[in-house]
Design a protein around this ligand. Structure first.
Ligand code: SF4
Length: 639
């Protein structure tokens, strides 16, 4: 077996969970390899919150790699926790974090390895309940047959409320027939969706509705949102692994939510409004975390960290903190180019230059207006210049292809932007006496996601994406300093199916899993043939699910799950996209009533009333010069 360290637990910061018979026991499961799952903040946050409760206990597990899985199946060893090495079947809850669709077959594999029936309807009263949370739950339907209940939105408060329900069930002895009752009760917890209590109806291939089977079960499940991130300073004891993992550094979440309004971005849409952590708390979490873990690098995480309203002070505060002895590198893994200034670059480089990735996403201004990523070329060149002038030699740029209305010209614009960045970088590096500069353009196929304005868009075909990759490869072949990387267009087809599928796609996921299709996130394991065969076997058309534009009045499989966004707001935003018209960032401009705050009585929470410096910040105004940038912004009804 490779890498036994994946399964032994005992990481720095890990606590021995204190079990007792009355406590509700949760096995928090990340359905991917340990090195991807260990840094996951969601698992660590919920683990700590649950273990602090007197009535709960939580341990972790990850999807066993195929080498260990083969041994487990050969020797009859069930899925086990890495903390206490307890069999999964001894827990009351098997709770999955769903952060990517291609892990769905791993979810089924973990349920099976736990010794449970994969289909929820066949599980016994005494079996653990299978729950799931995470961003993918905003379309839970493809996993509806396998998961007992989904938690939609932030989990910090919901896990406590679920624990209270399960505690009473457990105290009552989980008597025969009581599983149905506890599910009915869970369905009354805000943000909890119990798919078996809903009926999906079809008219031919079309879904016509997903409706409750019983009175008292909500017609729409509204997401949970914690109003104040500052009230949840977790994780307090970040885990330090014994083996190599991705993102091996201290991670401190500085804010949740994003209102830039990028139309392709599901995370931005479903996590509104913006909730910043107080700057003082960020500084304390950083210094306490560094002292406890011994890391010499901290990542300030969020969907767009340079947007944090006190970012330069926080970065400077961390780097110049005497208790950190000037030894701490700061990385900002999610950077928006129009908010990255020379000031931030100069603070970061004082210690160590961490990797810089910018995501312009679209190659031309027209394309970026379609997707509402309103950054100008000047913003990008300014950010690149800041970086290279401060000694960086490599910058990564991330782009999407296969976007709505995209032409070959838009695709070729990616090559041109990368080429120009190398030019700008060479000039800046020479002035700063830097060395050779390189720009890597990484290109991914766009997959339309539920609960976004692009949810109605017919995804680009594999031949279409391949044509665009080839076009770009030919165009950049002779550009010195530009490296092009791209993702396998075939994987985006399976992701597109799992992303916007309905309940019928569950049978396809099950079939792919039964034929050995696990770890589909990993290119060496991904097998499109399995998906195509399973679709054909189920009598379903990939083309119909993936490549078809949806009509305005079509029932979407996730219409009964609410991220708070009004459907007519999303539809209007889709029409605006087709007209290449932008909408502003409502953090700094008046509300246009998308519904995410107004519907729940919430507001943005920002640490400083002043927008971060530099760039256009999606407001349409160059904040440094006060000039209007050439973007057509729409006036919307004010809430
Ligand atoms: S409700 Fe208004 S302020 Fe809140 S995210 Fe939507 S547009 Fe922005």
């Amino acid at each position: 077996m490779q890498k036994p360290a994946r399964y032994i637990g005992c990481e720095g910061g890990a606590r021995v969970a204190s079990w007792s018979p009355g406590k509700v026991s949760w096995l928090l499961t990340y359905p991917d390899a340990y090195e991807v799952g260990l840094p996951n903040q969601g698992l660590q946050i919920l683990g700590e919150i649950l273990n602090e409760r007197p009535d709960a206990v939580a341990e972790r597990t990850y999807a066993p790699w195929p080498d260990l899985e083969a041994l487990m199946r050969r020797d009859g060893v069930p899925l086990f926790s890495v903390d206490g090495h307890r069999p999964a079947g001894e827990f009351d809850v098997l709770a999955f974090n769903l952060s990517a669709e291609l892990v769905y077959t791993n979810v089924l594999n973990c349920i099976d390895l736990a010794g449970l029936e994969v289909r929820a309807e066949r599980r016994r009263d005494s079996d653990p309940l299978v729950l799931a949370g995470g961003h993918c739950t905003f379309n839970p339907e493809p996993l509806a047959d396998f998961v007992d209940a989904f938690v939609i939105g932030d989990g910090e408060e919901a896990v406590g409320e679920i624990t209270a329900v399960l505690r009473d069930w457990k105290a009552g002895g989980k008597t025969p027939g009581s599983r149905e009752g506890v599910l009915r009760e869970l369905a009354t917890v805000p943000g909890v969706y119990v798919p078996s209590l809903y009926e999906a109806a079809y008219d031919g291939p079309r879904l016509v509705g997903v409706t409750p089977r019983h009175p008292g079960v909500p017609e729409r499940v509204e997401k949970r949102t914690i109003a104040d991130l500052g009230a949840w300073p977790y994780p307090k004891h970040q885990l330090v692994p014994l083996t190599e993992v991705v993102h091996d550094r201290l991670n401190v979440e500085v804010f949740r939510g994003c209102t830039r309004g990028c139309r392709f971005c599901q995370a931005g849409m479903i996590t509104r409004p913006v909730r910043e952590r107080p700057a003082e708390q960020v500084r304390r979490m950083v210094s306490d975390g560094l002292a406890a873990t011994g890391y010499d690098e901290v990542a300030l995480t969020s969907l767009s960290t340079a947007d944090y309203s006190g970012i330069q002070d926080v970065v400077g505060g961390v780097i110049n903190d005497p208790t950190c002895s000037g030894q701490v590198a700061v990385s900002l893994p999610s950077l928006r180019v129009d908010a990255f200034t020379v000031g931030i670059a100069s603070e970061i480089q004082k210690v160590r230059r961490t990797g810089l990735t910018f995501a312009p996403e679209g190659g031309t201004w027209r394309m970026r207006q379609v997707i509402n990523k309103l950054i100008r070329e000047e913003d990008l060149y300014g950010a690149v210049e800041s970086a290279f002038s401060q000694g960086w030699q490599r910058v990564k740029l991330y782009f999407l292809i296969g976007l709505p209305t995209e032409t070959d010209e838009d695709v070729l614009g990616i090559g041109e932007l990368a080429r120009n960045c190398v030019q700008v970088g060479r000039g800046a590096a020479n002035q700063g006496k830097g060395g050779r500069v390189t720009v890597t353009a990484s290109v991914g196929g766009f997959v339309p996601k539920p609960q976004t304005p692009f949810q109605w868009f017919g995804q680009e075909t594999v031949p279409g994406l391949t044509h665009k990759v080839n076009l770009l490869r030919d165009a950049t072949r002779r550009d010195k300093g530009v490296t092009l990387r791209w993702h396998d267009p075939r994987a985006s087809l399976a992701e597109g199916l799992a992303s916007r599928g309905d309940r019928r796609v569950g049978a396809v996921i099950e079939e792919v899993w039964r034929r050995g299709g696990t770890f589909q996130e990993w290119s060496e394991h991904f097998d499109l043939r399995l998906w195509e065969d399973a679709m054909a076997g189920a009598g379903l058309s990939l083309d119909w699910y993936v490549h078809r534009d949806r009509d305005e009045d079509e029932v979407l499989p996730w219409d009964h799950i609410s991220a708070g966004l009004h459907r007519d707001f999303l539809w209007q935003d889709w029409q605006d996209a087709l007209a290449a018209a932008g909408v502003p960032d409502c953090r700094w401009t008046p509300c246009y009533d998308c519904g995410a705050c107004t519907g729940y009585g919430l507001e943005h929470v920002v640490a400083s009333a002043v927008p971060p410096g530099g760039g256009s910040q999606g407001t349409g105004v160059d904040l440094s010069s006060g000039h209007v940038v050439p973007v057509r912004l729409l006036e919307r009804a004010r809430g």
